[in-house]
Design a protein. Structure first.
Length: 424
């Protein structure tokens, strides 16, 4: 019987091509938009290698230096290493704290010692704790440690692509390269990092004591560093935030001329992405942001539901006599309802398949502005498309669409047989 209903539903779709296309596209576009929103959320907030602890990694990137004498702002910048060493490295509620900075002059020129092969690279200057906060896959070699940082040793970790481009192999530990004419010894080679892991992303990783600009100002508050805090397991933001605030207050009590203001930092990964916390010390309340996105998603679901409700009712009105004849031959109210809902289910399933294709095509076509980051662009990967997200989206569309069809189907199934047969 179910098979027969689907055959009949398919035939009805072919007979009413325009209305069927409108219904399918309404569902498809809703699913497409929901998929894009959820994919962007997944890419920017989920635990992805090497940022496998995003759920408990917090960012503190900006500090405001304020004159103690008149409460006027002196600077608003990245943070200085003295501030990090005094306030953040000693955090008891943190498992590990790392300080990093990107090259202030842009990309570096990496060349082999003979100068025959070169490549422009993104550089990230880090401390030794960086390799504990982020989980890199080392192909050869090993990360640098505190002794390397303290000694200012000119060593470097490079990614797989750069190793193959410069030397044709990844077996390059111990080889030397030049980065903007400064000689570094390769200590390790790691697998390439996705650009979406924008905290850890680079082509080369260098000890900050070997060529990094560690200049600090305003009593050590301002500088060139960003700080990432890996909270201990079981430690929530409120506990971490309170300890950071206490340490900043102690720091401010000792500084002669300036006091530091870090606002509501440190931020979670979600706060940085949704709240624009990458360059601010305060952000909006996340609950209001989630509410806004929730309203958008509900509206996207309501559009195809209302669309299908009107179309379904119009189609049923045209088929009143047919359904009346069926009832006169013994079809029950449940049979009529099931037939209508089966047709609606087929529309939703087709719309879901089209929506999945459209979501992939949309990200490919509009990736220049949908997937852009502060570091540039990166290619699309199949891992961005979560089957769970798709199934949830199509489930809610299915529920909404079936509910939209239930009302007109119920009205028709409960109309008198004589009235149904006489309906033109």
């Amino acid at each position: 019987m179910i098979k027969q209903y689907f055959k009949q539903a398919w035939q009805m779709l072919k007979e009413n091509k325009l209305l069927s296309i409108i219904s399918i596209l309404g569902t498809a576009l809703a699913i497409c938009m929901i998929m894009i929103i959820m994919i962007l959320y997944e890419v920017n907030t989920a635990n992805i290698s090497p940022e496998i602890h995003r759920n408990r990694t917090y960012s503190l990137s900006i500090a405001e230096a304020i004159y103690k004498s008149n409460d006027q702002r002196y600077s608003y910048s990245s943070i200085g290493l003295p501030f990090i060493k005094e306030c953040l490295y000693p955090l008891e509620s943190a498992e590990t704290v790392t300080a990093v900075m990107r090259n202030q002059q842009g990309k570096l020129l990496a060349t082999t010692m003979d100068g025959h092969t070169e490549s422009t690279v993104e550089a990230l200057y880090t401390d030794a704790a960086f390799w504990s906060v982020f989980a890199f896959d080392f192909i050869t070699g090993q990360p640098y440690d505190e002794a390397i940082i303290d000694g200012g040793t000119y060593t470097v970790i490079i990614n797989e692509t750069l190793a193959r481009k410069l030397f044709g192999t990844t077996d390059v530990v111990g080889n030397e390269i030049k980065l903007d004419h400064i000689i570094y010894t390769i200590r390790g080679v790691v697998k390439d990092v996705s650009l979406y892991a924008n905290k850890a992303y680079a082509d080369v990783w260098i000890p900050y004591s070997a060529g990094g600009n560690t200049y600090a100002f305003a009593d050590g508050i301002g500088g060139n560093f960003n700080c990432y805090i890996l909270a201990s397991k079981g430690i929530g933001k409120k506990i971490l935030e309170q300890e950071v605030a206490n340490r900043v207050a102690s720091f401010n009590a000792q500084t002669p001329d300036f006091r530091a203001n870090i606002g509501s930092q440190p931020f979670t990964q979600t706060e940085v992405w949704l709240g624009g916390g990458g360059g601010a010390i305060t952000i909006q309340n996340l609950s209001s942001i989630f509410l806004r996105y929730g309203i958008i998603i509900v509206l996207l679901l309501l559009v195809p539901a209302l669309n299908l409700s009107g179309i379904t009712f119009a189609q049923i009105r045209k088929r009143m006599s047919e359904l009346g004849v069926r009832r006169s031959f013994g079809a029950t109210t449940g049979d009529i309802l099931w037939q209508v809902l089966t047709e609606n289910l087929l529309l939703t399933l087709i719309g879901g398949a089209v929506g999945l294709v459209l979501s992939y095509a949309g990200l490919v076509i509009f990736r220049d502005w949908l997937l852009i980051t502060s570091l540039g662009q990166s290619g699309l990967t199949g891992g961005m498309f979560s089957p769970v997200v798709f199934l949830i989206a199509i489930f809610f569309c299915l529920v909404m669409n079936l509910l939209s069809a239930t009302v007109p189907a119920w009205r028709v199934s409960h109309a008198s047989i004589v009235k149904s047969i006489r309906e033109e």
